[in-house]
Write a protein that binds this ligand. Structure first.
Ligand code: UFG
Length: 337
């Protein structure tokens, strides 16, 4: 079958495209390249072993999106397209709501017009806000502390309501924990614009000499070493979770929320030390104040994915650190290298 990936040129989208192709499907990508490079397309083709149909369009452009559905026999959609910087969303909330919710609604309308009833959504553990207990399962209370998070929360609700109205629609809301790492080949990986917001790309840029030192946001959390604990998941495991979710939508309908995590938590300093040991590179760091809105600890109960999707993460933290460095050292300036 042909699968449309909105935002398929981005970090998670590109890795997912490769895994979908390796599962035997055709891939069509719609991406406005606002936070991605066109160079990734030929690299996906190289790793996936066949042609990718690429359209440089904004998913909010209904006529353009409609044109893609008219040209290809699309059976399912994986919806990644959206803005994702927490701090930027606090500064420009209307832009985030306009863009991310418009993309979700426009996509659902065009899918409905073309009778496409299988959808995988790129949601986030951010919908759990600051959890009261860990591990977090899919029934944990939800609530966000920034507009970016609310756009994920609201998109989930819009998709649930669409499923209520159309009993043929199947949606899997994948709540990602902290995706890091890169394809084992080092050919594709994470390439953030400007100063990285997230931990691992920052570490990788320190390692390659683009930044002087890492700031560690707080060392007084109630954790084993005082730094924040997260559930880091290898991006290729995450990508394979999307293939499992696509399979699930073949014989099910309705909306299903599923965590994609490993079920293990590591601190910021665990990540720094593992990266140093696996790659033989020192990462200078200094302790900084806490970052507003950060939870002390969050990690997944990932059992539902195993039960319903027959998926679990296979790669460990050493794999994540090694593959991140393999990508970054081969592409010191990302896709501009
Ligand atoms: N951290 C640092 N220094 C940095 C960057 C991060 O110490 O330069 C720390 C953070 O304080 C946190 C941990 O590293 O303890 C992970 O931070 P990330 O920014 O990498 O990831 P978050 O858990 O904050 O964010 C992720 C996703 C968001 C999502 C959020 C909430 O990147 O999209 O989870 O689930 F909203």
């Amino acid at each position: 079958m042909n699968v449309l990936l909105t935002g398929g040129a981005g970090y998670i989208g590109s890795h997912t495209a490769v895994e979908i192709m390796r599962a035997g499907h055709g891939v069509v990508i719609a991406d406005d390249l606002s936070n991605a490079s066109e160079k990734v397309i030929e690299r996906i083709e190289k790793l996936g072993g066949k042609k990718v149909y690429f359209y440089k369009i904004d998913v909010c452009d209904k006529a353009a999106l409609d044109g893609v559905f008219a040209l290809h026999d699309i059976s399912a959609v994986v919806h990644f397209a959206g803005k994702k910087a927490v701090g930027e969303s606090v500064a420009q909330p209307l832009m985030y709501y306009r863009n991310n919710l418009d993309a979700t609604i426009t996509l659902l309308e065009v899918m409905q017009k073309h009778s496409v009833n299988r959808l995988i959504f790129s949601s986030s553990a951010t919908v759990y806000g600051i959890p009261k207990t860990v591990p977090v399962d899919e029934n944990a209370p939800r609530g966000c502390n920034n507009p970016y998070g609310w756009t994920k929360y609201m998109s989930e609700q819009i998709m649930r309501d669409a499923c209520e109205a159309n009993k043929d629609l199947a949606v899997v809301l994948l709540r990602y924990f902290n995706p890091i790492g890169a394809h084992e080949s080092g050919v594709i990986g994470e390439d953030p614009e400007g100063i990285p917001n997230n931990l691992m790309p920052f570490i990788a840029q320190v390692a390659v000499g683009r930044r002087e030192m890492l700031g560690v946001f707080g060392d007084d959390y109630p954790t084993h070493d005082g730094t924040g604990v997260r559930d880091y998941i290898h991006v290729v495991d995450l990508a394979q979770g999307h293939v499992a979710a696509l399979d699930y939508t073949e014989n099910n309908s309705g909306a299903l929320a599923v965590n994609l995590g490993t079920g293990r938590g590591y601190s910021v300093l665990d990540i720094v030390k593992t990266f140093e040991r696996v790659n033989g590179i020192e990462i200078p760091y200094r302790i900084m104040p806490r970052r507003a809105g950060d939870a002390a600890v969050i990690y997944a109960d990932s059992s539902l994915a195993k039960t319903l999707l027959n998926w679990e993460a296979k790669r460990d933290l050493e794999d994540m650190c090694r593959d991140t460095w393999n990508w970054q050292k081969n592409n010191p300036n990302g896709y501009r290298s």
